[in-house]
Design a protein around this ligand. Structure first.
Ligand SMILES: *[C@@H]1O[C@H](CO)[C@@H](O)[C@H](O)[C@H]1NC(C)=O
Ligand SMILES: *[C@@H]1O[C@H](CO)[C@@H](O)[C@H](O)[C@H]1NC(C)=O
Ligand SMILES: *[C@@H]1O[C@H](CO)[C@@H](O)[C@H](O)[C@H]1NC(C)=O
Length: 429
């Protein structure tokens, strides 16, 4: 699939003209949040992908009379091409991809809305951790969804010292390991503290702290070791390349400190990290993130440059990194948005490259499949809406997702409401 090309050649006036028509009228100052109680799910499962192509025709800058048009990938949809001045092509990686409709069923919503929370599925239970409720409020508890009776049940607290968002998280099927992350609301600082939860007893224990704190590091239990890599460094923005591991068993550290491992080729937070036998995959993510506004007593989030990637890195059992085919589009905020089904990785939603004109954050509304045999990506469906930091699960043939921050509507892919909604669809691969 085409990656970004040519977008650097665009002039500002060109793209401004061309995209005025594509964008809704929404004008807000805050990219992350907006308070709204509007709640229109009704027709959301219907077609919202209006701009399906990956390439958008940009009219010649000297002639503003034409509207931007959407057209098939390689064809330029004009009546008489020779009559026109040369066009420029803009890779529309931010646009919705053509995707089959899926039948989504709405399930009971989580007790609280949640952004940048984390989750772990153990058999028929989905443990959903912490996260922002609003930008000024973070949760410090766990909610548990039971796939057998399709209901939210247990709720218990996280340790006082544990971070609330941007956690690294993984499980061995009983113990849940929780690494580092951001402590507190807005864009506060990270902690290096690491914890383990015994899901049988609901008891928390401490583990040796990470050598340095990280925001949303790629984290996975792989061949007996807890691996933690990438993420953002202490300033919330600078990508970390470091990779550490700790031998663990039954919720206990077998070593006193973390070992240094081969660094990951690209750093940054919000990636899916998945171990499948002797392969460890690190997928998507970004470099850069919001930072605290200098001098702000509440560490108010302020937006900084970020670049989203669809890269796929694989670590093999010789501890060598290999690059695999990238995702169909760049995708970040997917650390808990994946499941493994029938030797495929399924990824649900996320954020993609910012809009080239408005610079707004753009959410992802597709379901992706990565076949672990053929190493091929495909787009297997559409979500009920575009949404980032989904918490995904798979049980008894159903793909589930809950929580995150959803879009402003079918025609507006920028983030708005933080939700606790739970949805499921029958998956057939
Ligand atoms: C702009 O394009 C339109 C439609 O193709 C054409 O009729 C018009 O003459 C063009 N104007 C200029 C200034 O090139
Ligand atoms: C999940 O639901 C099933 C069916 O109602 C029930 O038997 C089971 O005890 C529940 N599990 C938990 C942990 O609540
Ligand atoms: C997984 O594979 C099994 C065996 O081929 C098949 O019965 C099942 O439907 C598949 N599951 C999905 C979700 O496609």
């Amino acid at each position: 699939m085409s990656k970004t090309t040519g977008k650097h050649t665009l002039t500002k006036s060109t793209i401004l003209l061309a995209f005025a028509a594509l964008l809704g009228a929404a004008v807000t100052v805050d990219f992350l949040w907006a308070s709204s109680s509007s709640f229109a799910y009704l027709s959301l499962a219907s077609t919202w992908a209006r701009h399906k192509s990956r390439v958008i025709v940009i009219p010649n800058p000297t002639n503003g009379t034409e509207k931007a048009s959407s057209c098939p990938i390689t064809r330029v949809n004009v009546k008489s091409k020779k009559d026109r001045a040369p066009e420029r092509l803009l890779s529309a990686t931010f646009a919705d991809l053509p995707a089959p409709e899926l039948q989504w069923e709405e399930m009971p919503p989580a007790p609280v809305p949640r952004l940048d929370g984390s989750s772990v599925q153990i058999k028929n239970l989905l443990y959903v951790f912490a996260g922002y409720g609003t930008l000024d409020y973070v949760h410090s508890h766990v909610d548990v969804y039971n796939f057998t009776n399709n209901a939210w049940g247990e709720r218990f607290d996280t340790p006082k010292e544990m971070a609330h968002s941007h956690l690294g998280m993984t499980t061995d099927g009983r113990y849940i390991y929780v690494v580092s992350g951001q402590y507190g609301p807005q864009c506060r600082g990270p902690v290096a503290r690491t914890f383990v939860l015994d899901t049988k007893t609901k008891k928390w224990e401490s583990l040796p702290p990470l050598p340095a704190p990280r925001y949303a590091p790629a984290t996975q239990l792989w061949k007996g070791r807890l691996h933690v890599m990438g993420g953002s460094k202490e300033n919330r923005h600078t990508p970390g390349l470091d990779h550490w591991s700790l031998a663990v068993k039954n919720g206990k550290a077998l070593e006193e400190q973390w070992q240094t491992e081969i660094p990951i080729p690209r750093g940054g937070p919000h990636r899916a990290c998945i171990g499948v036998e002797n392969r460890l995959f690190v997928i998507g993510g970004q470099e850069g993130d919001f930072m605290p506004k200098p001098g702000s007593p509440i560490f108010k989030c302020s937006r900084r440059h970020e670049v989203v990637y669809g890269d796929v890195y694989m670590l093999n059992d010789k501890m060598e990194w290999k690059e695999l085919p990238p995702m169909p589009k760049p995708d970040s905020h997917i650390e808990c948005s994946w499941v493994i089904v029938n030797n495929s990785i399924i990824i649900v939603g996320g954020t993609t490259e910012k809009h080239p004109v408005t610079k707004r954050m753009i959410l992802v509304g597709e379901v992706f499949q990565f076949d672990l045999v053929s190493l091929k990506w495909s787009v297997i469906g559409k979500l009920p809406y575009r949404v980032k930091t989904t918490l995904a699960a798979f049980w008894d043939g159903w793909l589930y997702f809950t929580s995150g921050q959803r879009d402003r509507g079918p025609d507006n892919p920028t983030p708005r409401k933080v939700v606790g909604d739970m949805w499921r669809t029958k998956l057939g691969l």
